[in-house]
Design a protein around this ligand. Structure first.
Ligand code: NAD
Length: 315
């Protein structure tokens, strides 16, 4: 039962789940976090370790437990499952994580039928779609972390290149959170200037190379981190915290979460990262942004990659 304020449950106490709990704990957005993991000791240890820092943050209860302890959560974040091994694509995780989600989602729904579900486990777009189907929730209450992290990586790398605060760079990575994702160069702007205009003011004069290199670096970012330290978790935890903030503060912020497309961009019945207005009810509106022809074709191709995995999974 909820004790006070917002209650968030996190399923999966691994790198991503525990780092997300830490990011939320320090955010002041929630007064209660419940962590559930098939490895009960791990969940308990994480809850204990986090709780010992409680006097340094706003009042919060952090516990571990069973699904019954997640009752009446406002938001449930699912981070359970395996991630890709070094050199593997995220799509390779589907069969194992599908089974894990089949065991988790019904339990979550049973105890928090009015919650908003945020899916983080990979392949995130496919598992968001599966969660939507398994939960029976309206699609506005099932959200994938989508390309929020990839968009952040893109802004960071552009910021490094141009020596500009990444918060002043407006752009999106859209599509699959994975190898077929697209960079929306036609929408990329700095100080009201399209990126090509801004390039003219930049002394680096790198020609088109910057675009190719940065897009490649964004796509390969997770692979490189996984190769070096086995997993990625800090930046994704901040991305999830940002999504939670947009929901609980009813911000109407535009984030590239993974949402259900229903004819937008000519794409039907697929979850993927598109600019989406997020507020207290979850997804408020999917935006159809003005992509150029090449980008639109790439987005449709990305949806086909996801659709074929969904079809192969017999969901
Ligand atoms: P991890 O192995 O550290 O943690 C996974 C946890 O899930 C483990 O503690 C495990 O015990 C738990 N688990 C497994 N089966 C379970 C079940 N049936 N019920 C409850 N808990 C269960 O992995 P991680 O590094 O935390 O990554 C978790 C997922 O997040 C992976 O799929 C990874 O690819 C994904 N990820 C997504 C993004 C993104 O941007 N969406 C970024 C990074 C990682």
């Amino acid at each position: 039962m909820k004790t006070r304020g917002n209650k968030i449950s996190i399923i999966g106490a691994g790198f991503v789940g525990s780092t997300t709990a830490f990011a939320l704990m320090t955010s002041g957005l929630t007064s209660e976090i419940v962590i559930v993991d098939i490895n009960k000791n791990k969940a308990e240890g994480e809850a204990m370790d986090l709780s010992h820092g409680a006097p340094f943050v706003r009042p919060i209860d952090i516990t571990s437990g069973e699904y019954s302890d997640t009752k009446d959560s406002d938001i449930v974040i699912i981070t359970a499952g395996i991630g890709p091994k070094p050199g593997d694509s995220r799509l390779t995780c589907i069969s194992k994580n599908l089974k894990i989600f089949q065991s988790i989602v019904p339990e979550v729904v049973k105890y928090s039928p009015d919650s908003i579900l945020i899916v983080v486990s990979n392949p995130v777009d496919i598992l968001s779609y599966i969660t939507y189907k398994l939960s029976g929730f309206p699609s506005n209450r099932v959200i994938g972390s989508g390309t929020v992290l990839d968009t952040s990586r893109f802004k960071y790398m552009l910021g490094q290149h141009f020596e500009v605060d990444p918060r002043n760079i407006h752009t999106y990575i859209m599509g699959e959170h994975g190898d077929s994702e697209i960079a929306t160069w036609s929408l990329t702007s700095i100080a009201g200037m399209n990126v090509d205009e801004y390039c003219d003011t930049c002394l680096k004069k790198c020609g088109g190379e910057m675009k190719l290199n940065i897009y490649k670096d964004v796509k390969e970012a997770a692979y490189k981190v996984i190769e070096k330290k086995g997993a990625t978790y800090y930046a994704v935890a901040l991305a999830v915290r940002r999504i939670v903030e947009a929901i609980l503060s009813n911000e109407n912020s535009i984030l590239t979460v993974s949402s259900l497309l229903n004819g937008e961009y000519g794409i039907q019945d697929v979850y993927m990262g598109v600019p989406t207005i997020i507020g207290r009810g979850g997804v408020k509106k999917l935006l159809q942004v003005n992509l150029n022809k090449e980008e639109k074709d790439q987005l449709v191709d990305s949806s086909k990659v996801l659709k074929s995995v969904i079809d192969d999974s017999n969901i």
